[in-house]
Design a protein around this ligand. Structure first.
Ligand code: GDP
Length: 305
């Protein structure tokens, strides 16, 4: 990131050097860049700064963490999966389907990504008030989750409750898990996948009990949330609020310098705004703008010779 900021600041210094040389040494007949080229350069810098700002929002997952909801009908292995991800000995899993319990929330870290993972109480039609509350909370946690892990039991035919689950998670960021792959396969996978394929292409067989497929699942979780920011980003991410604010200020100065150029305001104003943008970027990489521009003027133009 420093390299990028330094390069942008350097380009600004060059533009500023041209403008200030023209202001300070008009008698030397310096060939000043045309307004059109200046404008183009400034607009390019503005675009690059805006792209950097965007990464701050997208890097939210690294700062605030990612929330994942594990959903599935009772007894498919939600608690077992949570425990496998946490590498805990199973403590919540129960053989009685629908055992009433609250949403269990745990924190883990996958490849440096902080994750809040919720094992939901299950989604189904229930009469019991306490269970109803649990189901309501499950639905809410699905709404708020960044990623849904939908679990199905591979060792049994699908239940109508599995269809309820599918209905609730459509249009979400989903990973489909077929659990209990240590047992003989029974479920009609195609039946499940054909209903979810418009929304996801990520599915995996695992055994939460034995730990099969857990590492692949972790990779899948990481990729499904960070796929977007990887593309076309040169790997640069702004994650620090102070940096973000400095870039915002630099962007505002560039914006004003563009306006100054368009409105044919005195070149001094243009130079002032560019210097301000340079100072803001300098704050990020620890460079103080003082002699940089003068150095550039003297190195690039034959002034006073
Ligand atoms: P939940 O109700 O969805 O949270 O399901 P649980 O995690 O409580 O698991 C229900 C039952 O399935 C328990 O008896 C688990 O031991 C069992 N189970 C979970 N995962 C697996 C698995 O991968 N293979 C096998 N054979 N059994 C599993």
């Amino acid at each position: 990131m420093s390299e990028k900021i330094i390069a942008l600041r350097d380009t600004l210094a060059e533009i500023c050097a041209h403008v200030e040389a023209y202001i300070d040494f008009p008698e030397d007949e310096i060939e000043v860049k045309s307004d059109r080229i200046l404008l183009e350069n400034l607009e390019n810098i503005r675009t690059e700064l805006k792209a950097l700002l965007k990464t701050y929002d997208e890097a939210r997952f690294f700062r605030e963490g990612l929330s994942i909801a594990i959903v599935g009908r009772p007894n498919v292995g939600k608690s077992s999966l949570l425990n496998a991800l946490l590498k805990k000995k199973s403590c919540n899993s129960s053989e009685i389907p629908g055992t009433t319990r609250d949403i269990i929330e745990e924190y883990l870290n996958i490849r440096g990504l902080p994750i809040r993972i919720m094992d939901t109480a299950g989604i189904r039609n229930v009469e019991d008030i306490a269970e109803k509350e649990g189901v309501k909370r499950s639905v809410e946690s699905i709404e708020n989750a960044d990623l849904i892990i939908a679990i199905f039991d591979r060792s049994e035919p699908h239940h109508t409750e599995d269809i309820d689950v599918i209905e609730k998670i459509k249009n979400k960021n989903i990973i489909v898990i077929f659990n209990k792959c240590d047992l003989s396969p029974v479920i009609d996978k195609q039946f499940i996948l054909s209903r979810l394929i418009p929304y996801t292409t990520k599915f995996l067989d695992i055994s939460a009990l034995r730990g099969d497929g857990i590492e692949e699942l972790k990779d899948m979780i990481f990729e499904s949330c960070l796929r977007d920011w990887k593309e076309g980003r040169e790997g640069i991410v702004i994650s620090n609020l102070r940096h973000k604010l400095a870039i915002e200020k630099a962007c505002e100065s560039i914006e004003r310098s563009i306006q100054a150029l368009i409105e044919n305001l005195p070149l001094e104003i243009l130079a002032l705004e560019i210097r301000d943008a340079m100072d803001r970027l300098g704050e990020i990489v620890g460079i103080v703008t003082t002699d940089d521009i003068l150095n550039k003027i003297f190195s690039e133009f034959c002034i006073g010779k």
